[in-house]
Design a binder for this molecule. Structure first.
Ligand code: GLN
Length: 479
């Protein structure tokens, strides 16, 4: 089966060069094949109404385009499990805002993708339905927590998918799977109907196989929604029409405190090449540093804030108001049994940590202190953005680890290099990971982070780079 980008498939559908129904029959065979290979779906949705689309409907760019959603997006009438036993049988009665937007365009949901349970994790090894494998090499992880969404774009099944990103959960798996991953500014896209993890850090975002497709998806999803009080009223630019590969004079800061940590020489050479390409394209590239103590504080700060917010967000999952129920003799017993059985060990340990940080006697020195450190980190970043448009770093210092190497714990590494992506969440900055090369047949990537609401600059720099690096529309069906 041919793996098309959004733009290619749109052109073929509107000109009638491919037959929609036949395309979908082929696609569902492909989905079955890839599900056996990757285990990336929680639910496959064979939506028959899509077969009634007419040629004239295809004027909308996303009409007839197949896509998948991470399984934390509420879908009316379709199971939404967040890959947890707690929501194993949950069928929402409403759609997330972005799902309504995509439906309006005629985009075709073909399934709900596996994720780390409640989006907590970096490996996609913690899903109730089992691990997700990397399409380039199935002995390796796809990364998480949006691993299913990344793997299904990287294997060519769909040209785009949605994920969510609280610490790195779109950009990390995008880098490991060789696709473009982008989370725009906090507040740029409504999160209404997305099962929350940590509200001050959660972002809706997407995976595509090229930057133009990303501009299309972002333009469709961005904008105000009165049902999400954190969504911005700022006007949405026409990201696709405004894409511009002329990046002369754009000011790019190479964050050496992170990039100097790379030990793998091929990843280091690849990063240097990207820096050279940017200079050749006329960007002004300069080296900068950040205080190492602040970068070392990123993970602990995030851990306290994310787990505290999760504790509050997941409190309603008690078997009485919502979620998996195990009856006990008293109401309290029922809550205890339901939560004990519904959440896996790693979620429970995070909730214990969150409760600890929020406890009256600890609040000041844990939760409040983490908020203060977050402020210091954001102020440091703001200083950098007074002089630069983009902060450039390697996406990660490693290729996707082997499944055997990672346990089901919180993360597999706790170095600055593996955790700097969290900066984009602490400060809510538009952040994109772009494929930049290969090491031992596995994709690697660079990471671009822009000023708030300057998605266009991030997309433009990525677009210019992509044109030179020649890594667009990659996928792997056989690895
Ligand atoms: N790995 C981080 C965590 O486990 C980030 C997860 C995410 O972005 N959803 O919290």
């Amino acid at each position: 089966m041919v793996q098309y980008s959004i733009e290619e498939l749109h052109a073929l559908l509107i000109s009638g060069q491919i037959h929609f129904k036949e395309y979908y029959e082929e696609l569902f065979k492909e989905i079955e094949y890839q599900q056996n290979r990757l285990n990336a779906f929680v639910t496959i949705t064979k939506n028959e109404t899509i077969l009634n689309l007419k040629k004239k409907d295809f004027v909308n760019m996303l009409c007839g385009i197949p896509y998948v959603l991470k399984d934390n997006y509420s879908t009316k009438g379709i199971k939404t499990t967040a890959s947890s036993r707690m929501l194993e049988n949950y069928i929402p009665v409403y759609n997330a805002h972005v799902v309504d937007l995509l439906n309006k365009q005629g985009a075709c949901l073909v399934g709900k993708a596996s994720m780390d349970e409640f989006a907590m994790g970096s490996t996609n090894q913690t899903a109730l339905t089992g691990p997700v494998y990397n399409p380039w090499d199935r002995t390796r992880i796809a990364g998480g927590s949006s691993g299913g969404s990344a793997a299904l774009v990287a294997s060519g099944v769909v040209p785009f998918s949605l994920g969510s990103d609280t610490g790195d959960s779109i950009r990390k798996p995008a880098g490991f799977c060789g696709v473009v991953g982008f989370k725009p500014t906090w507040g740029r896209i409504s999160r209404y109907g997305v099962i929350p993890y940590a509200s001050s850090l959660d972002h809706v975002g997407a995976f595509t196989r090229n930057v133009r497709d990303m501009a299309i998806v972002m333009e469709t999803l961005a904008g105000h929604d009165e049902r999400d009080m954190t969504s911005s009223i700022k006007e949405v630019p026409q990201y696709l029409d405004c894409l511009d590969e002329n990046i002369k004079g754009i000011r790019i800061a190479v964050l050496k405190t992170v990039s100097d940590e790379v030990e793998n020489s091929i990843i280091q050479d690849n990063f240097n090449r990207v820096v050279n390409v940017l200079e050749e394209l006329g960007a002004i590239v300069e080296n900068i540093t950040m205080p190492i103590e602040l970068l070392k504080a990123v993970l602990p700060t995030y851990t306290i804030l994310a787990n505290s917010e999760a504790t509050s967000n997941l409190a309603c999952l008690d078997g009485i108001k919502y979620g998996h129920r195990r009856d006990g003799k008293t109401i309290e017993d029922t809550v205890i049994h339901s939560r004990t059985h519904g959440f896996s060990h790693q979620i429970k340990s995070r909730l214990i940590l969150g409760n600890l940080a929020l406890a009256y006697e600890n609040q000041e020195r844990m939760f409040m202190k983490a908020q203060k450190v977050r402020r210091l980190i954001v102020e440091e970043l703001n200083k950098i953005y007074q002089s630069y448009d983009i902060i450039l770093t390697p996406n990660s210092g490693i290729i996707a680890p082997k499944v055997k190497q990672v346990d089901n714990q919180y993360t597999y590494e706790s170095t600055i290099l593996e955790n700097h992506l969290i900066l984009g969440n602490l400060a809510g900055l538009p952040s994109l990971s772009l494929p930049s090369g290969f090491v031992d047949g596995m994709p690697i990537a660079v990471h671009l982070m822009g000023r708030i609401f300057e998605e266009q600059t991030v997309l433009n720099v990525a677009y210019a780079l992509e044109n030179i690096l020649g890594l667009k529309n990659q996928y792997s069906r056989e690895g």
